[in-house]
Ligand binder design. Structure first.
Ligand SMILES: [Zn+2]
Length: 222
């Protein structure tokens, strides 16, 4: 059994986990574009321009230390009307990180991003971490379409074709604004936007609301 098949099976099982969102209910042709790992100078501004050409919104799951390093770029994403998600401070794998340290990383990112959406790096998170994250009021957002823009054996065209083949109304699609994915993402994103727009798709943000984690845990901002 190939690794791809193993992870596909695990992903299939995890989709039954109602503690996480894998796709949105949609009656209309709507697809939810998401970008993990930014903000990244050069690539994130390019993604913003490309999205704007299609009047598309997206949700950016940001790494805390990248927000800290590029605050103006983070503000640019927010000002453009996109939604923000928490993707931990240091991009830790939950499977390799003790829960207390993992939750600290989530809280450190939370102070910088102030959102109620969270996506675990690599999709790897333990049951205890899921409970801890949810206890702070964060919602776990996964995906039903992994573009594979990080796969070095794929071309951007193949990445786009895979996304276009699989997208259904309500799909949550993952791209990456990171260095490993840049070459493929720059080819795939316009092709996906073009292909889905031609099919009549619109691209809304994932519903998010501002939330701070205060000294005593989560506190939704009203
Ligand atoms: Zn990531």
């Amino acid at each position: 059994m190939g690794l791809g098949l193993v992870s596909a099976t695990i992903e299939g099982l995890r989709r039954l986990d109602r503690r996480m969102t894998w796709r949105m209910d949609a009656t209309a042709k709507e697809a939810y574009l998401t970008f993990d790992d930014g903000p990244m100078p050069g690539l994130t501004p390019w993604a913003l321009e490309t999205l704007a050409r299609y009047d598309a919104k997206a949700t950016f799951f940001c790494i805390g230390r990248h927000v800290e390093a590029h605050p103006a770029l983070f503000e640019q994403v927010v000002r453009a009307g996109h939604a923000i998600g928490n993707h931990t401070y240091g991009h830790e794998s939950g499977w390799r990180t003790p829960t207390a340290a993992y939750l600290r990383s989530v809280a450190d990112c939370q102070r910088l991003t102030g959102t109620d959406l969270f996506r675990p790096p690599y999709g790897r998170i333990t049951n205890g971490q899921i409970k801890g994250v949810r206890a702070t009021g964060l919602k776990l957002v996964m995906w039903d379409i992994l573009s594979g823009d990080f796969e070095q054996g794929s071309t951007g065209e193949q990445v786009a074709a895979r996304v276009l083949r699989r997208t259904r109304p309500g799909s949550i699609i993952v791209f990456h604004d990171n260095a490993i994915s840049e070459a493929r993402m720059r080819v795939a994103l316009p092709l996906v936007l073009d292909g889905l727009a031609r099919q009549g798709y619109r691209f809304p943000v994932l519903p998010a609301r501002p939330m701070d984690i205060g000294a005593h845990g989560a506190r939704p901002a009203h």
